[in-house]
Design a protein around this ligand. Sequence first.
Ligand code: SF4
Length: 318
Amino acid sequence: MPSISQLLFELKYRLQKTVHPLHAVSIEVTGRCNLTCLHCYAEAGNKPEMSLEDISRLAADLHRAFRPPLHICLTGGEPLLRKDIVDVVDCFKSKGYSVSVVTNGTLLTRCLAEAFGTRLTGISVSLDGLTKAHNHLRGGDVFDHALAAIKLLKAAHVPYIGIKTTVYRGNLADIDQLYELVLSLGVDLWHVFAVEPHGRAADNPELLLTQSEYAQLRDKLSLLARDKKLRIQFGEEMVRSSSCSACTLKRCTAGITQMAVLNDGSVSSCINATRDTVPEGNVFSENIGQIWEDGFKRNREKVYRQCGGHHYERPACG
Ligand code: SF4
């Protein structure tokens, strides 16, 4: 028998699927990247990026359809490869939207950190383990750069700093030590993902966790979250202590309260969704407000499996 809170949760989710209020848009502001990570879902590298004019037009189109509050998350590729990244931030800030950035941290300077400190509501830096595991996944000697970036962002008082960790076979054993490191950095959120077989990760199956390693990771994070010293998110879900570990997982809101615009203008439910998914439209040829209204049927009609009367879905993307 579901509890009152589970029934209310279900009701709220059904309402969200019907009303689909847009809360956040992730925008791939470049397909270029200075790294060649083994798991990159975007398969970023020498790919195109939107011009500043395209981005400015997108900001205006968004604003016509969606008044603030709306959160814009700038991602890539590596957004900091753009020399005009501060102008890109300002395109959305000037519309009254809150803006955050996702970066690998390797290109951050003190000057840029200070510009971000006065503009962004948050930033996420990738840190995928201790030195060896991070450098292996990221394909270069970049661990120290990521650490330095987090310290610069702290010094520049960016209001909300998150660390994103992709867990793969090579860093699963590092989780306890990585937790201590993340804790010592004084960040606001540790966002942990298990590597998914999308993009370049599909070509590197040795990275993928088995089902039992995945469960082991989820249970370890639930345990670490118990001491409440650090906010931990696993996939799209906050990790909380619960007698049923499956119940620590909630619902994916891709296509329900959030969408993503890829570097070629195509619109998807989530930046991490597989690139094989048929796009819902393209912002260069269609109205973004209309795409949001008419698209995303797959997400809005999604039915969740249940686990012993509790809501349950593995937070895989796609
Ligand atoms: S995962 Fe991020 S840092 Fe790595 S190649 Fe892809 S876009 Fe670049």
